[in-house]
Design a binder for this molecule. Sequence first.
Ligand code: AMP
Length: 125
Amino acid sequence: MTYAYDPQNVFARILRGEIPCRKVLETDHSLAFEDIRPQAPHHVLVIPKGPYVTFDHFAAEASAAEQADYVRAIGQVCAVLGLCPGDAGGGYRLIANSGDAGVQEVPHLHVHILGGRVLGRMLPG
Ligand code: AMP
């Protein structure tokens, strides 16, 4: 499998500091920031700092350290936002749109964390 990463994508530019973001959390290998067009009271994107296009790309080629850091960062953001059901938070949804069928706009892996209201069905219909 080959993955073509576009270093000019908007999240690569955020990582280089060329575009501002509203940072929520930063770790060695991951960055979390608020989505510019929030679709729920809490809408945060978590990205790896490395050049990975999709979740499958990250799963195939990221180091174990990057993968562990990313999974932990996603969990930490859920906790920071107060969304964890185990802590009496209301719960949340994770989404990783990938490729054309997934309607991925930005070709740098990102997990959406959505919460703060009941989100309804996962897909319409
Ligand atoms: P998608 O690739 O379809 O999973 O979604 C890309 C997401 O990136 C959308 O929810 C956009 O609102 C968000 N987005 C695009 N540009 C920025 C930006 N400069 N800062 C924060 N979020 C952004």
